[in-house]
Design a protein around this ligand. Sequence first.
Ligand SMILES: [Zn+2]
Length: 420
Amino acid sequence: MKKLIVNANVFNGTDDKLIKDVSVLVEDNLITKIGDIAPSTADEIIDAQGGTVMPGLIDAHVHITLSAGFNVLDAMTREEMAIRSAKISQEMLMRGFTTCRDVGGNTLGLKNAIDSGYATGPRILPSQAAISQTCGHSDYRQNQAQERLANGHEDSPLMKSGTFKVADGRAEVMKAVREQLFKGASQIKIMAGGGASSTFDPLDTLQFTLDEMKAAVEAAEDYGTYVAAHIHTIPAMKRAAEAGVKCFEHATIMDDEVAQIIKEKDIWVVPSYFTSSLIAERKIPLPNEETYKKTERVGKAMFKSAELIKKYGIENLAYGTDCVGTANVHETQMQELGAIEQTFDTITALRMATSNCGRLFEMSTYQHPYQAGKLGQIVEGAYADLLIIDGNPLDGVDCVMSDEAKKVIMKDGVVYKNTL
Ligand SMILES: [Zn+2]
């Protein structure tokens, strides 16, 4: 099946100039040609009416299975979690997100169902369970810690469902990493320090020793992939960088030294400006005053760190929203694009949500589930994951954020929306 998009300009995901007045040929699920193409070669013509063809959006930090507060999720059956996840993923695709990296959640089944056409949603690069130490950021026995430890409970419902995993010491950490790889993880997610929205682990706690982190990195790298870490503070980032962690999620509280280490070691940074400010403005309900204080500290620090990212020319930046909770939080997924544009500039926002994520995901090498084409770019040989926008995204991201201006959503060569 050949689809030809005519009368289009192209934002290719990297360049700060449009490719003007071209056609884009899609053969099955790949983009095979961009340029002057005779319409007679196609089975179907899509007239872009002068709109911009751009890569489908990518979110490198999602938790599709976390569709409610943790107490609610803890009491939910796996079937209910799965059905809710299917809805969350469908809505994600209809916002224009054609790929995501799930950084904590048992999403392999959903991914396979989407890939084989039984469910609708973005491509998913699963991390499977996020791994933490006992009393770490994803030790989700915390609600009944005393009772659960006294009764020898090694896990909680959320841990049994494969959302989170606890491991201590080199051997257990290695085993936990290998278990996630066995369950189809494209990359490994660990919790390398305290959390902002959690009730029991102070932000400044260091989680996992250097040796435990090294064990995670070794087990991941032996499988061709990398470790991404939830991380907020300077000492935690120094330790994780030394251990060989390649991707920092949040990376909120930086100083000059850490920013330089990140730059020198080519470590990726996945900040979440919008969600952080939502929490800091107390628009998301949190358990108590203590968690609000932690999130306010993180929210303020994050914008200072953005200045260090600019100062040291850190370019390995990827789009990540960290939307966790009820549907109204997941609905804010698009807002991060505007927050990044405000913090940096338009082209940085667009690259972070497209080609940069594609580059980040290439670190999964043979654990990467989508190897037939490039992701996050409009180039020959890329997957046909694209949007047609009424407007020029390079003039400002508003048109990308607008549902109305997003005329076409195509993933894997299949059109999911067309209001041209
Ligand atoms: Zn997260």
